[in-house]
Every structure is written in structure tokens, then in C-alpha cells.
Design a protein around this ligand. Structure first.
Ligand SMILES: [Zn+2]
Length: 111
């Protein structure tokens, strides 16, 4: 990602670009320290983190949906098949792999 991150005042969102490492916000006088992150926030950064979490959640939902779809396809095929057990068994196996992937994805959602 090439997104630019700005340090901003946590009180008034004033941009600290070009200001010393620590001091007082020129806008509201709030004390800040860039090295410790005290009084320093970043709208942009938190938005990016939210987006990342959303993408990871989407991956989990996507994997789980694929598992359900494969199971449904297996059931539909078995309805039109003479050997009803085989498509369900095969789709169940494939769906199981996707369910495992979804569970792993879910467990990895938290950093
Ligand atoms: Zn401020």
C-alpha cells in the first residue's frame, strides 16, 4: 500500500506534519509525543486497519459460503444421480476443506 499516513491531534485532528517530535498542538494546546504516540492519532491509519479487518472477515465469509454452495451442489447432483451417496460424500469432503479454511481464517482475524 502506498497510502500516506499523517499524524494528527487526537483532540482537534490538526496535522502534525512538519512539527517537532513532541510539544503542544498549535490548534488546541493538547500535549503530544510522536515517539510514544501520546496525543497522536491518525484518521487514515485507523481507517486502513478497519478496511483490513473487513477484508479478513470477508475472506472468512467467502470461504464458508463456498463450503455451503459445494454442499448444495452435491445434494442437487445426488438427487439426479443413481448413486446418491457418492456426490454427497465428495462434496462433503471438499466442503470440509473449505470449512477448515474458513475456521483457520476466522482464527487469524485477530492480530
Ligand atoms: Zn489539537
Amino acid at each position: 500500500m502506498t497510502s500516506q499516513v499523517y499524524d494528527t491531534c487526537t483532540k482537534c485532528q490538526y496535522e502534525f506534519t512538519g512539527l517537532p517530535e513532541r510539544g503542544k498542538c498549535p490548534e488546541c494546546g493538547n500535549y503530544y509525543d510522536k515517539s510514544t504516540g501520546k496525543g497522536v492519532g491518525s484518521e487514515y491509519r485507523s481507517k486502513a486497519q478497519k478496511f483490513d479487518r473487513f477484508m479478513v472477515r470477508l475472506r472468512t465469509i467467502f470461504l464458508a459460503s463456498i463450503a455451503v454452495i459445494i454442499l448444495l451442489i452435491g445434494m442437487i447432483i445426488s438427487m439426479n444421480s443413481d448413486a446418491a451417496g457418492i456426490p454427497i460424500f465428495v462434496s462433503g469432503l471438499i466442503a470440509f476443506v473449505f470449512i477448515l479454511a474458513a475456521i483457520l481464517s476466522y482464527l487469524n482475524e485477530k492480530p
